[in-house]
Design a protein. Structure first.
Length: 61
């Protein structure tokens, strides 16, 4: 029984998958936080660019 317990502790086959999963989860949190933080700014920039394009095409005011 002790040998089985030691063997389970020394087994690292699933560690890499867990590490990659944690890295991906952390990246997703960072991306979502950045998108939330800059959403108002980017919306204003997008609206200004679209207004400029519409004005250049003669369809805007």
């Amino acid at each position: 029984m002790f040998k089985l317990f030691v063997r389970l502790i020394d087994d690292e086959r699933g560690a890499t998958a867990i590490e990659y999963g944690l890295i991906i989860a952390l990246m997703a949190v960072v991306i979502l936080t950045a998108l939330t933080a800059f959403s108002n700014t980017s919306t204003g920039v997008f609206n200004a660019a679209m207004a400029s394009i519409a004005a250049a095409m003669g369809g805007g005011s």
